[in-house]
Design a protein around this ligand. Structure first.
Ligand code: ZN
Length: 425
């Protein structure tokens, strides 16, 4: 197809001929007979957004869920009324997500039986690793005798049937297309090749089996080092989930011992002590982070994280200034899936309560946008609009200045993957 009168991010105006890759970019191209022509009318054309860390199955399932985090639900009584009012899904379950103990303490099957209606109910913890299921739900899963109803998300014996519905995946893909997203990296650990979601219009890259989650109570430097070295010997990179300073310090030590691969990544880097920044630069490791958590959970961090350590939270500008390769993502469904909201959060860093968390870490709107323009293979390097690049584009209704000032998904006018229009407003 031919896109005419496109304004590129640098202000140049061009016509773009695009198929699976971009064929030509020139001042004025003549349509071939039968070629589809899309008039950008001087709107901005950028490489399609790539969300560098999300979870397709969970995000798809989350679309029919009620949110029961501290932002939505104040206490046990409110949790009970939200669950009672929830619509039972087509799978016969009520599905709730985003739970945190601040709402009603630790959950188990007995607590849920008291608070929730007598239909199958499953509640996911905000961390994503744990579900609590009530007694009717456990009965439906054939787990009547389960001691507490607390089930691991990674346990495929029950997640496979409930959490992986193709129609929901297609619907999630449509939503991503509306945001101008043309590629995603699925960060779900342990996702087997034959379990991968199908039916997405976007290009999908998988971190598994190179993705590891760390837990503070089981940090094992030798074991982590051995695993990283094995992956590297097979020519494969690693992606290590680091949400605490301890996890980051151990990962840095393991990478120092094992050596680093150019495509190694640290996921989240939610807490980065000042003296770790130079280590990250020396390792050349890419940090894939989520500024949207500042906008979504910032007040909770301000309560939970000691004041003296809050400057370590969700760093961005200091990482970039030091020369750490950085890319952005939403971590949907644990973060909201709109990448434009994540960009805005990178610019303002306002918590829901209106405080600005670490103002020194704010970046410009233009910078925030480019951190979503990398490829799956090279997340921190923005793609260009040029011949040979993938034919994945996003057309926005507005000048480049308007786009980077507003960072608003409503400006997305069309989304193109491999030369095919997957969304048009
Ligand atoms: Zn994640």
């Amino acid at each position: 197809m031919l896109i005419r009168r496109a304004t590129l991010l640098d202000g140049a105006v061009a016509d773009i001929r695009v198929g699976d890759t971009i064929d030509e970019v020139a001042q004025a191209l003549t349509p071939d007979p039968g070629e589809r022509v899309l008039d950008a009318a001087f709107g901005t054309v950028i490489p399609g957004l790539h969300d560098h860390h999300l979870h397709v199955y969970s995000a798809a399932a989350e679309q029919d869920s009620v949110r029961v985090g501290p932002a939505e639900v104040a206490d046990a009584a409110a949790l009970s009324s939200v669950l009672t009012a929830a619509v039972v899904g087509s799978d016969g379950w009520i599905r709730a997500v985003g739970y945190h103990e601040a709402v009603a303490g630790p959950l188990d099957r007995r607590v849920l039986d008291r608070l929730a209606p007598a239909v199958p109910v499953r509640v996911q913890h905000r961390s994503g690793v744990l579900w609590t299921v009530n007694s009717p739900g456990l009965a439906a899963l054939g787990l009547d005798d389960h001691p507490d109803g607390r089930l691991r998300s990674a346990d495929r014996t029950w997640t496979e049937a409930l959490e992986r519905r193709p129609a929901a995946v297609a619907e999630f893909s449509t939503r991503l297309a509306r945001y101008g997203v043309t590629g995603v990296t699925d960060a779900t650990p342990d996702l087997q090749p034959d379990d991968r979601p199908t039916g997405l219009r976007q290009r999908v890259h998988y971190l598994a089996p190179g993705k590891r989650i760390l837990h503070d109570d089981g940090l094992d430097l030798d074991e982590l080092t051995t695993w990283i070295a094995e992956r590297h010997r097979a020519g494969e990179p690693v992606a290590v989930h680091c949400v605490t300073a301890a996890q980051l310090v151990v990962t840095i030590a393991a990478l120092r011992d094992a050596g680093s691969h150019p495509a190694d990544r640290i996921e989240h880097a939610a807490m980065v002590p000042q003296d770790c920044i130079a280590d990250l630069v020396a390792l050349g490791i890419t940090v894939v982070t989520q500024p949207n958590f500042v906008a979504e959970r910032g007040d909770q961090y301000r309560m939970d994280v000691p004041a003296a350590e809050q400057d370590q939270l969700w760093r961005l500008a200091t990482l970039l200034a030091a020369g750490v390769p950085v890319a952005l993502s939403t971590d949907a469904p644990f973060g909201a899936s709109d990448p434009w909201a994540a960009m805005r959060a990178a610019v303002h860093r306002r918590t829901p309560g209106g405080a600005v968390l670490n103002p020194v870490e704010r970046i410009s709107g233009r910078r925030a946008l480019t951190l979503f323009l990398g490829s799956a293979e090279n997340p921190s390097r923005p793609r260009r609009i040029g011949p040979g690049e993938p034919g994945d584009l996003c057309l926005l209704a507005g000048s480049p200045q308007r786009v980077v000032d507003a960072l608003d998904a409503d400006l997305v006018a069309a989304t193109i993957v491999g030369g095919a229009v997957v969304f048009e407003r």
